[in-house]
Write a protein of this length. Structure first.
Ligand code: SAM
Length: 324
C-alpha cells in the first residue's frame, strides 16, 4: 500500500506545485506578512475572493501559511524565501518554474518528436526571472564553489555563460586587482550589467555579448569559468567552448567546469536526471553529462585534469583543468 500511495502522490504532485507557483505569480506572499482575510487580499490582487480563499486554504494545508479563524499569514520559516523584496527571496526562480509549466504539461509531445517545445514567454520580465533565478539559487551555495577556486592571485578571468555573474561579482569583491570578462547572450548580460553596476563593479568588467560559438574569447586569462552552461548546449558546442577556452588561457591557466553531473549509469542524482528532460523541452540538444564525459571534453583539447570535487549542495561537480 505504501507503493500505491507513492504512485498516486507522485501522479498529482503537480497540484501542489501549481498551488505554490500560482500564489508566487500573484505575489500573494508579499501581502501576507501580517494576518489578512481572503476578501481584502482579493481586492488588492484583483482576483475572485472565493477562489482566493480556496488557494489560501490549500497553501495552509501545505504548511506554508498559518490560518486563524478566517485570516491568513505567511509562516515565519518560509516568509523570507517567498517575499519578493527579501535578500533570501527565491521568487524569481519560482516564477521561472511557472513559465516552464506549459512545456512540462506537454512533455509527451517532446518525447514523441525528440524536439524541444519551448513555449516560454520571452518578455523582459520573464527573462529577468530566468537570469535572476540563477542568482536566487546560487547565492545560497556560492561559497562551496568559490572556496575551491584559487582566484586570489589571478589578474584576469573569463566567465562564459555568466548569467547574473554571481561568482564573478564575489571574486571581484574579494580580489580588488582582478579584472573580469563576461560572455553571454544579450538577455543575460543586461541583468549582469545591472547587478555589476549596482555593486560598483562594472568598470572592472568587459562584456562580450553574443553566442559563444560566434565570439572571440580574447586571450591572456588566468581563469576561465564555465558554470552550469554545458547542460544547455549540444555536445559539439560544449567541446568548442572548451577548445576556445584552452586557446584563451595563459600557460598554467585553469579552467573550471561547474555542472550538474550524472553518474556513469545515468541513474543518479535524481534531480539531475529529471533535469535532463527540462533540457529536452527547452534547448536544442542540451543534456546533463556524466563526470567522465566532462573530463573527456577537457582532455580532448589538452587540459590536464587537476581536481574533481563532487559537491552535495546542490549535487554538482567542479572540475579543474590546467593548461600546462
Ligand atoms: C544556467 S545559466 C548559468 C549562469 C551562471 N554561470 C551560474 O552558474 O549561475 C546558463 C547561462 O548560459 C548562457 N548561455 C546559454 N547558451 C549560450 C551560448 N550559446 N552562448 C553564451 N551563453 C550561453 C545563458 O544565457 C545563461 O546565462
Amino acid at each position: 500500500m505504501r507503493e500505491l500511495k507513492k504512485i498516486l502522490n507522485l501522479g498529482r504532485s503537480f497540484w501542489d506545485a501549481q498551488v505554490l507557483l500560482t500564489a508566487v505569480r500573484l505575489k500573494v506572499f508579499d501581502f501576507l506578512n501580517s494576518f489578512t482575510d481572503a476578501e481584502s487580499l482579493a481586492d488588492k490582487l484583483k482576483v475572485d475572493a472565493r477562489a482566493l480563499r480556496m488557494l489560501l486554504d490549500a497553501l495552509t494545508s501545505l504548511g506554508i501559511l498559518e490560518k486563524k479563524s478566517n485570516i491568513y499569514k505567511n509562516k515565519y520559516k518560509y516568509a523570507d524565501f517567498l517575499t519578493s523584496s527579501s535578500d533570501k527571496s527565491v521568487t524569481s526562480i519560482l516564477n521561472h518554474y511557472y513559465n516552464m509549466w506549459q512545456d512540462w504539461g506537454n512533455l509527451i509531445e517532446s518525447i514523441k518528436t525528440g524536439k524541444s517545445s519551448d513555449n516560454r514567454k520571452k518578455d523582459p520580465e520573464e527573462n529577468y526571472h530566468f537570469i535572476n533565478g540563477m542568482d536566487n539559487l546560487t547565492k545560497f551555495y556560492k561559497e562551496n564553489i568559490l572556496s575551491n577556486i584559487d582566484f586570489t592571485s589571478a589578474k584576469k578571468i573569463l566567465d562564459i555563460g555568466s548569467g547574473p555573474a554571481t561568482y564573478l561579482r564575489e571574486m571581484l569583491k574579494k580580489n580588488p586587482t582582478l579584472k573580469g570578462v563576461i560572455l553571454d547572450l544579450p538577455q543575460a548580460t543586461v541583468v549582469a550589467k545591472e547587478k555589476l553596476r549596482d555593486e560598483g563593479l562594472l568598470n572592472r568588467v568587459d562584456v562580450i555579448e553574443g553566442s559563444l560559438e560566434d565570439k572571440n574569447f580574447g586571450s591572456g586569462y588566468d581563469i576561465v569559468l564555465i558554470s552550469q552552461v554545458l547542460h544547455s548546449l549540444k555536445k559539439e558546442l560544449c567541446q568548442l567552448a572548451i577548445e576556445k577556452s584552452f586557446g584563451a588561457l595563459k600557460k598554467g591557466g585553469k579552467i573550471y567546469i561547474h555542472e550538474f553531473y550524472l553518474n556513469e549509469k545515468r541513474t543518479a542524482p535524481k534531480d539531475n536526471i529529471v533535469f535532463c528532460l527540462n533540457m529536452l523541452l527547452h534547448t536544442d540538444g542540451g543534456d546533463n553529462l556524466t563526470v567522465n564525459e566532462i573530463k573527456d571534453l577537457l582532455s580532448n583539447v589538452g587540459f590536464f585534469i587537476s581536481k574533481t570535487i563532487l559537491l552535495k549542495k546542490p549535487p554538482t561537480v567542479l572540475i579543474e583543468g590546467t593548461k600546462n
